[in-house]
Design a protein around this ligand. Sequence first.
Ligand code: PEP
Length: 246
Amino acid sequence: MRKQIVVGNWKLNGSRALCEEFALGLGKFLSRESIVGELAICPPAVYIDSLSSAMVINEVNVAVGAQNVAAQEKGAFTGEMSAAMIKEAGGSYAIVGHSERRAMFGDTDELVATKAAQVVAAGITPIICVGEELAVREAGNHLEFVGQQVSAALSQAQSATLIVAYEPVWAIGTGNTANAAQVQEMHEHIRKVASASVNAELTPILYGGSVNPSNAAELLGLPDVDGALVGGASLELEKFIAIAKR
Ligand code: PEP
């Protein structure tokens, strides 16, 4: 059985107060409701330690992760944060290859593969993001494009345990969610391509791109969708809870 997981990506948002609010609020919610599999939150790096400590102190079963990771293990790389450091701070996951990092911070397919391998080597789980720009989809090349991203990102994976997140760039932060047919078609394709490198039947494939409480149930109910990567809606406790609720 593949696990289901809903992951919040806070991006460059949040505060200590939001970490406290989520730890307490999710604790209360989880004590009385059942959810879609597991939950995780990826706050800005500086809050990984305090958010994971707050989860532990309040006995809340919600994992914490990073939004990015260094491609190196250690050394003279000012401003970077290694996968081992993320793990030591209480992180269980690290997002790699988010489209914002690919577009604004030079994360190439090769770098994404190296980062994912660093995360695996540290004993935590990479959440590898892939997804096409609108022009690629309009030209009808989306399956080929995303398939290549997946092959490249998994090129150093060697049967590792990992998560893939399909996030069409045109759906991120726009309110334009991909429709059920588009999502299912792509997830099935990603699973096929991933099977060359990992046990794809056991690899969760998340959908991300304007997931909200109104569209979550339909998307999470698709056969090859194993959860969601949620940006904007993960900053509001009520919305995050509504997405995760079974
Ligand atoms: C994201 O940035 O990973 C994301 C899916 O954002 P949003 O949910 O806001 O579209």
